[in-house]
Structure formats: C-alpha cells, structure tokens
Design a protein around this ligand. Structure first.
Ligand code: ADP
Length: 265
C-alpha cells in the first residue's frame, strides 16, 4: 500500500486538514506486469514468423527463386507464416475489443441444441482427418439467450483443438447436458491430453503446453483465452479435464432458465 498525503494549510499557517490517497500498489503492479508480459509475448509471437520469412525470402532473392523445386516450397513457407500472422493479429484485435468498455453482446433466444448440431454438421462435412464424431445430445429443444456469433467462435475453437490433437482414427464426443439452471456443453477427444499441473493454464493468453508442436499446428495460443472471455461474458464458466495420453474434455456452461417453450418429449 502506498499513501500520498497532502496537507491543507491556511495562509496563517494553521493546518486545516489532511488528504490521504491510498493506492493498492500490489494490484497496480500486477496489472503493469501483466501488460509488460503481454507486449513481450505479442512481440515474440510476431518476431518468430517474421524472422522465418526473412530468411526464406533472402534465400529466394539470392537465387533460390530460379530453382524449380525449391522455390515453390520456400514460397509456401512464407505463405503459411503470413496466414499465421493474420490469425494472430485478428485474435489480438478480438481480445482488445473485448477489453474495451463498450464491449456488447448481441443476445437472442436460440435453441442451443440445434445450434450445436449445426456447428458439428459443418465440421463433419469439411473434416479431412479420419476421426469419427459421436453426438450425445438431447433431441428436444432448449432455449438460451446468447450471442450466436460469439458462441459459434467459442465452439469452433474447442472443436478445432479437438481435431488438431486427435490421433488417426480417434473419436470426438459431443455432449450437451441440462442441469438445474445451466446447460453444459462438452467436447471430448482421444488425443495427447494435457499434464495435470498445466490444465488451468491453457485458458491464459499465449499459453501452450508444447510450444514447438502447437506452433507447427498453426495455433496462436489465444483461442481458449478468447473462448474463456466470451463464455464469462455470457455468465458461464469454462474448464478442462484431461488424462495424459488418453484424451481431453473441454466443457463450458451457460445460464439456463427452463421455460414452457423447451418442449419435452
Ligand atoms: P492454440 O492456438 O495453441 O491451440 P489455444 O488457446 O486454443 O491455443 O490452446 C492453448 C493450448 O492448450 C494449446 O496450445 C494446447 O497445448 C492445449 N490444448 C487445447 N486443447 C487441447 C486438446 N483438445 N488436447 C490437448 N491439448 C489441448
């Protein structure tokens, strides 16, 4: 704690009063430290693809462009790195929008079950891996008040990760459970899993369990941090359970008020 004290004094010299302003410097210092760390992380994340691109472009300029075999490969690397920087900058813009005070959700009443099914359909139609999908979802409808675009982004991020970390021939299970006053949405994979002591860190900005490998997979390290902020903006929670080598489940909850419109079978 730091105190700034000002003395209020009359011209006659008598002291009239004291004004003391107390600052919680530990809180302020924590914010400053997080900000510095964030800037250092962003710089590092941008420098890595940029230095890679510089060396490939240098090699191309020095003659590799004339080599029919090497040139397309080098150009492909610079393209991949550019794509990753675009994703990173888009994610950063998204976070900074959420940090601003006038961040608003565009909420509407949506049947979360058909909403979830439609997102799974999209992934099922476009997936290129040998992974099977299993849905454990209710067949009736359940209405929740959500921002559809934001929630689509949350679920997209979670499913993309499940696919990214799934082994050949693995299964992804999609769940939706109605509890008393929440619905819980879960995505389980049979991938590498996450070590126990890292499990809560995966929702922090830029945190990755295996930096080298996830970078190769094209991640920005921001997907789950964005998902967490979006879920919390809806009044829900997000968490992970995992067994190393067995698989991971990412779940999140949303407030749910049962109404008569939720037609039960
Ligand atoms: P990234 O862009 O690196 O995927 P995320 O914020 O989406 O960033 O995830 C953070 C980290 O959490 C990942 O780098 C990965 O180490 C871990 N992770 C997320 N989902 C899974 C999963 N389904 N299986 C294993 N690890 C995961």
């Amino acid at each position: 704690l730091r105190a700034n004290v000002s003395v209020i004094q009359k011209e006659t010299g008598f002291v009239n009063g004291l004004i003391a302003v107390l600052h919680d410097i530990t809180e302020q210092e924590k914010i400053d430290m997080e900000r510095r760390e964030f800037v250092a992380n962003v710089s590092h994340e941008l420098r890595t693809p940029l230095t890679t691109m510089r060396s490939y472009l240098e090699a191309l300029a020095e003659g590799a462009w004339q080599d029919d075999e090497i040139a397309p490969k080098f150009l492909e690397v610079t393209q991949t790195e550019t794509e990753r920087m675009i994703r990173l900058v888009n994610d950063l813009l998204q976070l900074s929008k959420m940090d601003s005070r006038d961040y608003k959700l565009n909420k509407e009443w949506i049947d979360i079950i058909s909403f979830y099914n439609r997102i799974i359909d999209r992934f099922e139609l476009s997936k290129q891996q040998n992974v099977t999908f299993e849905r454990k979802l209710p067949t009736h409808s359940a209405f929740v008040e959500i921002d559809g675009d934001k929630l689509t982004q949350v679920i997209d991020n979670i499913i993309s990760n499940a696919l990214k970390y799934s082994p050949e021939g693995g299964k992804i299970t999609f769940r939706l459970e109605e509890k008393n006053d929440i619905v819980v949405i879960g995505v389980s994979d049979q991938g590498v899993g996450i070590p126990k002591n890292n499990i809560n860190k995966i929702f922090e900005r830029f945190y990755r369990v295996d930096k080298a490998r996830t970078r190769k997979l094209g991640g920005t390290g921001l997907g789950l941090a964005i998902a967490k902020e979006m879920v919390e903006a809806h009044g829900g929670e997000i968490w992970a359970t995992s067994k190393e080598g067995k698989g991971t489940t990412i779940s999140f909850s949303l407030p749910y008020l049962r109404t008569e419109e939720d037609d039960w079978e």
